[in-house]
Ligand binder design. Structure first.
Ligand SMILES: Nc1nc2c(ncn2[C@@H]2O[C@H](COP(=O)(O)OP(=O)(O)OP(=O)(O)O)[C@@H](O)[C@H]2O)c(=O)[nH]1
Ligand SMILES: [Mg+2]
Length: 444
């Protein structure tokens, strides 16, 4: 079955293309773009009410909030779309779930048994001892399937010979009490009928799981919402395992499941093999969903603009102090290695830098921080007062030679001059960072 969700990735990437290549954007264009986004979400089988809520949030934020310095409106809209999607899907990559009893639930063929083996393999690599309990006595071959996977992983599997899932759950709890993790494989059905509902409810009461993972195939369409809601009522879902993400960028089902249950995506299955497993990572997941490769770059750029508005104002007014200088160095360091940072600066990729230059500059920045740290607050705010005797003291305090302190003060002075001369010019806010790089000897 080719789901309508097929359109999600394609549609979104067309929309993003619009965002990236369009020229000017005003309120009307934002609204138009969000109209497009709504259409894409609906085509992707996302529930209409949910799509509307998402759109309303994005619109509100795009129009009401100030665009962060350094981002264009287009980038701001894109970032906001990302943030809203992450709000639904979950933020942090799943930590190693230190849960003792994990129960997998999901419909027939959704990937429960395979995903259980993937998780057990993951735990094993982390040095955790896990054991599996076969509770699917609906499909005759199911316990044997789990057993085979367990054998492959050298992880014990408990099966009840009289095919009684309730007895089996109790036995498993007893038998594997000393293990770090016990994973329970429940039966699936074509639909969540009364029989399955009763079974899961009863099993939930026996197992008292610490974690209930719902497996949702990435291409599950509109039904995902209703299904997740029903499963959630029965046993209370704590996380979503999105399966079959390979070869598709669909995720409408996952969106619906997380939105309706509040449980977040924790794991991703990307193939039939046991190593085809990922911890959920919002950046990777959403960029896949949006069909956007360089989302990472954009997010880093957004972080880059974390520089305080206040600092920017000061720079523009020429009231730039060493405290601000320090903040800029910190902001740059937060962005990662300088080589990576520079690769984001237009044109910088073309630069031919002699070997070791970047490393040297990075070390210099570190030293500058030590030096500034050895100054008094007064000195940082009024660097002009730093005379020869103060230089001596600061050098001693920071463990750097006096020449380094002088060099820093010199850099600062030049930078201040440069910034003052550029002050008020359009583009300074975006260029401040670039200027800093330039000031440190990079010809951009
Ligand atoms: N391509 C791909 N196939 C997967 C993935 N996860 C599971 N499968 C396949 O999906 C099919 C069903 O997987 P199972 O793990 O048996 O699903 P289940 O939910 O346990 O099914 P029942 O026990 O019948 O309810 C198998 O052929 C798996 O190989 C995945 O991430 N990607
Ligand atoms: Mg199974």
């Amino acid at each position: 079955m080719i789901s309508m969700l097929d359109n999600l990735g394609k549609g979104l990437s067309a929309l993003i293309k619009k965002l990236v290549t369009g020229t000017t954007i005003d309120k009307a264009s934002v609204e138009q773009l969000l109209k497009d986004l709504r259409r894409i979400l609906l085509q992707a089988d996302v529930d209409a009410a949910m799509a509307d809520e998402l759109i309303a949030n994005i619109l509100k934020q795009c129009l009401e909030q100030k665009i962060p310095a350094g981002l264009t409106l287009r980038e701001h809209v894109l970032k906001t779309i990302y943030d809203e999607l992450v709000k639904l899907l979950g933020k942090a990559p799943a930590k190693l779930v230190d849960k003792k009893r994990i129960m997998f639930i999901g419909l027939f063929g959704s990937g429960k048994t395979t995903s259980i083996a993937k998780l057990a393999r993951y735990y094993k690599k982390k040095g955790k001892r896990s054991a599996l309990v076969a509770l699917d006595y609906h499909r005759p071959a199911a316990p044997q399937q789990l057993k085979q996977l367990g054998d492959q992983l050298k992880v014990p599997v408990h099966i009840n010979d009289s095919k009684d899932p309730y007895a089996c759950a109790k036995e498993g709890l007893e038998k594997f009490g000393k293990y770090d993790i016990i994973i329970f494989d429940t039966a699936g059905r074509n639909a969540l009928d009364k029989e399955l509902a009763d079974e899961l409810k009863k099993l939930g009461e026996i197992i008292k799981p610490d974690e209930v993972l719902l497996t949702i195939p990435a291409d599950l369409g509109k039904v995902a919402r209703k299904q997740s809601e029903e499963f959630n009522k029965l046993v209370g879902i704590t996380g979503v395992f999105v399966t079959k993400m390979d070869g598709t960028a669909k995720a409408g089902g996952a969106l619906a499941a997380t939105s309706v249950t509040g449980a977040k995506v924790k794991f991703i299955g990307t193939g039939e093999k046991l190593e085809d497993f990922e911890l959920y990572n919002p950046e990777r997941f959403v960029s896949r969903l949006l069909g956007l490769g360089d989302l990472q770059t954009l997010l880093e750029k957004a972080k880059e603009t974390d520089m305080k508005e206040e600092t920017i104002e000061k720079i523009v007014e020429g009231k730039f102090t060493l405290t601000d200088f320090y903040e800029q160095i910190e902001a740059m360091q937060k962005m990662g290695p300088m080589s990576k940072v520079l690769s984001m600066v237009p044109g910088a990729g073309m630069m031919k830098l002699p070997k070791g230059v970047i490393e040297k500059q990075e070390q210099k920045m570190k030293n500058y921080k030590h030096i500034i740290n050895s100054m008094t607050k007064e000195e940082r705010e009024n660097p002009e007062m730093i005379n020869a005797s103060r230089i001596k003291r600061v050098a001693k305090g920071s463990g750097r030679p006096e020449s380094d302190v002088r060099e820093l003060l010199n850099q600062y002075k030049q930078m201040k001059k440069l910034m003052r001369s550029l002050g008020g010019q359009a583009g300074l806010k975006r260029g401040a960072f670039k200027n800093l790089a330039k000031q440190f000897g990079f010809k951009l």
